[in-house]
Design a binder for this molecule. Structure first.
Ligand code: HEC
Ligand code: HEC
Length: 438
C-alpha cells in the first residue's frame, strides 16, 4: 500500500472510531434532517383548525423563516454550556419528541426528577410542564437552557452573547426579527417551530370521522370502557376544545405517594419558596430536588395540590414510554393496573381515583384503545412497542393488585376505611390543615 493509501485508511478508521464513540455517548443523538423533524401539514383528520387558530399568539405569528430559525435552535447543542445538549437531546423526533427514559439526562450525565413529555401537540397545552409552572411555549423554552442540570447556561446574557457570536445566527435574527439576538426572539422562534409539531390523523380520529372500520372491535370495547367502567373520561375527556384527551387540570392520582412523605416535604418547600420563589427557583426545585413529587403544590402553595400533576394527553403513547411524571411505569398495562387498584392511597388523593374492578380482558381492551391514538408517522415504531409491552404484560405486572381492584381489600374490605395500596396508617392520619404548623 502506498503511504497515501495508508494515511487514508488511518483517517477512515479513525473517523469510524470517533463516530462509534459519539454513538455510544447515547441518548443525545438525534437527526435534525429526518422527515419527522420537519414542520407538519395541518391537513390531518381530527386536527382542530379553529382551536389552533386561537392558540397562535398575536405577537408571534407563524412565519416560515422564523419557523426555520426555531428549528435550527431546537437542534443546536451550542445552546448548552458545553455544547453537548440540544432541546432535541431530550425531545428526539424519532422517539416521539421524548427521550424514552424514565427521567431525563442533562449535561455532565446528570439525571433530573421528571420524565420528558412530548413536544408533539404541546401547542394545545393550556399550561406547560407537569405542574403547569409556565403559561406558554415561549416562557417554557427559556427554562431548560439555564437549568444547571439540563443545558447549564449561566444566565440569559450568556445565552444571547453565545448565539450572537455565531455569524449565521446574527444574520438570521436580523432578517427574521429585524434586530440583534435577544432572549425573547430565541423563545419566540423556538415556540413557532414547536407549534408546527402537530400530530393527529390517527385510526381513532378516522373512527370519529365516521370510518367504522378504522379501529378493531377490541379497541371499540376499550373506548366504551374508557368512557364507562374505567372512568378515564372524567379527566381524559376529548372534544373539539380538548383534542388531546386531557382536562388540562391537576390531580393527585398517587404516583409520587410511593416515594414522598408529603407533609414534611411540603413544609420544607414552603420555607424555601418564602425566601425567594422566582421562575428559575421553581424550575430547580421541580427538576433537581425531592420536592419535585409535590407537583402543582410548588406553584400554587395550595395543600389541595400536593402531589397533583397535569392530566397528560394520550396521543402517541406508544412512542413516549415510560409513563407518569417520574417515568415510573414501563407499560400501558402497568398504568391501567395503577388505576384499577385505586391508585396509591395518600391524604391528597383525587376523589375520582377509586378501585375499578376491571378484568384482564378489559385491561387488554383499554390498552388496545389507547394504541389507536397513534399517528401514521409513528405507526411502525408503535406496533413494535405494543408487541413488546403485550409480551411483558403476560409475565411482569408489578402494579397488579387484583384483590384491591375488585374491592376485596382496602377501603371496601373488612377493615373498612383502612389504608390500602402501600401507604401506612400514620400518613393517612396526617391532616393537611397542619401544614402551616411547627
Ligand atoms: C435534559 C433534558 C431536556 C432538555 C435539554 C430540554 N428538555 Fe424540555 N423537558 C424535559 C423535561 C424533564 C420536561 C418536564 C419537566 C417538568 O415538567 O417539570 C420538559 C418539558 C418540556 C415541555 C413541556 C411539555 C408539556 O407537555 O408540559 C416543552 C414544550 C419542552 N420541554 C420543550 C423544550 C425546549 C424548547 C428545549 C430547548 C430549549 C427543551 N425542552 C430542552 C427535558 C428536557
Ligand atoms: C382523576 C383524574 C384521572 C383519571 C380518572 C384518569 N387519569 Fe390518567 N392521568 C391523570 C393524571 C393527573 C396523570 C399524570 C399523573 C402523574 O404523572 O403524576 C395521568 C396520566 C396518565 C397516563 C400517562 C401519560 C404519560 O404520558 O405519561 C396514561 C396512559 C393515563 N393517564 C391513562 C388513563 C386511563 C386509561 C384512565 C382510566 C382507566 C385514566 N388515565 C384515568 C389523571 C387521570
Amino acid at each position: 500500500m502506498s503511504n497515501a493509501r495508508i494515511l487514508l485508511w488511518c483517517l477512515l478508521v479513525g473517523s469510524l472510531i470517533v463516530s462509534a464513540d459519539s454513538f455510544a455517548a447515547g441518548p443525545a443523538e438525534f437527526d435534525a434532517n429526518s422527515p419527522l423533524a420537519a414542520p407538519r401539514s395541518l391537513d390531518q383528520i381530527g386536527f382542530p383548525h379553529q382551536l389552533y387558530g386561537w392558540l397562535i399568539p398575536p405577537d408571534n405569528p407563524q412565519r416560515p423563516p422564523k419557523i426555520a430559525l426555531g428549528k435550527q435552535l431546537f437542534f443546536d447543542k451550542r445552546l448548552s454550556e458545553d455544547n453537548s445538549e440540544a432541546c432535541a437531546s431530550c425531545h428526539n423526533p424519532a422517539k416521539g419528541f421524548t427521550d424514552q427514559q424514565p427521567t431525563s439526562e442533562g449535561i455532565h450525565n446528570q439525571f433530573g426528577q421528571r420524565n420528558a413529555p412530548t413536544v408533539l401537540n404541546a401547542a394545545f397545552n393550556v399550561l406547560q410542564f407537569w405542574d403547569g409552572r409556565e403559561p406558554t411555549l415561549e416562557e417554557q423554552a427559556k427554562d431548560p437552557i439555564v437549568n444547571p442540570i439540563e443545558m447549564g447556561m449561566k444566565n440569559f446574557d450568556e445565552v444571547v452573547a453565545k448565539v450572537e457570536g455565531i455569524p449565521e445566527y446574527q444574520a438570521e435574527f436580523k432578517e427574521v426579527f429585524g434586530g440583534p439576538v435577544t432572549i425573547r426572539a430565541i423563545q419566540q422562534a423556538i415556540a413557532a417551530y414547536e407549534r408546527t409539531q402537530v400530530s393527529f390523523n390517527t385510526p381513532f380520529d378516522r373512527f370519529m370521522a365516521g370510518d367504522q372500520n378504522a379501529i378493531s372491535e377490541q379497541a371499540k370495547r376499550g373506548w366504551s370502557l374508557f368512557n364507562g367502567k374505567g372512568r378515564c373520561m372524567s379527566c381524559h375527556g376529548v372534544n373539539p376544545t380538548q383534542p388531546l384527551f386531557t382536562d388540562n387540570r391537576f390531580h393527585n392520582i398517587g404516583v409520587s405517594a410511593h416515594k414522598s412523605d408529603f407533609v414534611p416535604l411540603a413544609r420544607r418547600a414552603l420555607a424555601i419558596l418564602a425566601r425567594g420563589g422566582g421562575a428559575q427557583q421553581l424550575d430547580e426545585l421541580a427538576i433537581q430536588t425531592d420536592m419535585s413529587g409535590l407537583g402543582r403544590f410548588l406553584v400554587t402553595k395550595d395543600p389541595h395540590d400536593i402531589g397533583a400533576f397535569r392530566t397528560m394527553g394520550l396521543r402517541n403513547l406508544l412512542v413516549t414510554q415510560p409513563y407518569f411524571h417520574d417515568g415510573s411505569q414501563a407499560t400501558l398495562w402497568d398504568v391501567v393496573d395503577h388505576y384499577n387498584k385505586g391508585g396509591v392511597q395518600n391524604p391528597f388523593l383525587d376523589g375520582g381515583i377509586v378501585p375499578l374492578g376491571l378484568t384482564e380482558p378489559e385491561i387488554d381492551d383499554l390498552v388496545a384503545f389507547m394504541a389507536t391514538l397513534t399517528s401514521p408517522e409513528y405507526a411502525r415504531a408503535a406496533q413494535a412497542e405494543y408487541r413488546a409491552q403485550l409480551r411483558r404484560s403476560r409475565t411482569d405486572r408489578p402494579q397488579r393488585d387484583t384483590a384491591a381492584a375488585m374491592g376485596l381489600k382496602g377501603r371496601n374490605g373488612p377493615g373498612l376505611g383502612g389504608p390500602f395500596g402501600d401507604i401506612g396508617p400514620d400518613q393517612m392520619a396526617e391532616n393537611p390543615a397542619l401544614l402551616g404548623g411547627p
